[in-house]
Design a protein around this ligand. Sequence first.
Ligand code: URA
Length: 270
Amino acid sequence: MSNRFLEFQTQVEQMNERCTQGEISPDERDNLVRGMSLVDRTWGDIWMLSPKKEWFRKANGSKHWVRDYPSALVDMASATNVSAMNIHQVACMIGDCRQCSLHLERNRAVPGEGPTSTDVMLIGEGPGANEDKQARPFVGASGRLLEELLGNIGYQRADVFITNVIKCRPPKNRDPKPNELQACNDYLERQIELIDPKVIVTLGRFSMHRYFPGATITKIHGQTKQVGNRIVIPMFHPAAALRNPKWRAMIIEDFNSIPALVEEARTAQS
Ligand code: URA
């Protein structure tokens, strides 16, 4: 871990401590944090460490704090290949990835976000325009529906890991090409391995086809498959559910099965 990281962490911890002790308000703490060297110079994002010692990031132009990691401070010296990287190194590598031509037109790559270990991982297709600006997955209308669906089952967005099969926005939101999916595959594999979710929810065609090649979503949505020690469940993409009330009802129903699936996977593993 670099000295810069440790200094950074110590400074934020001191701010948080002063806030916990009531010396300064959360707003004052945020202002102090902004005044410290915790701002990403390129993007203007701000990072904070919560009292629970979890890192949060607020992307420039966003009102929301999300769990993330200050990638500029990630020590990449020991990172030689993706299969040996930690989750922060994978995110960093994605941020700089030039393995396919999508990097030429992206604003920002979108690695994904969420806890470093969690029961549920959601895998969508790829970033749209909003995601490309904020480097966060599902921040537009689909994201709002996703948060509603999670709320229905007592989860918050920050409880699950959310990512995509493609980490950079395809121009005009076209479908990803096979070579682009291939270029992102190792990142997604490593994310799944590290997060180690009990349940994987695929959202839309492209993530479904990883586990159900050639399948049609209208036929197999909500039907689970055991993959190793995980349960995979394909669901409609939230954007599709927003367009079609029938599919919206189906995605609500499919989402409602998640807690029981987590329980089932837990029991099978114990
Ligand atoms: N649609 C996706 O599949 N992923 C996103 O991150 C946003 C919209």
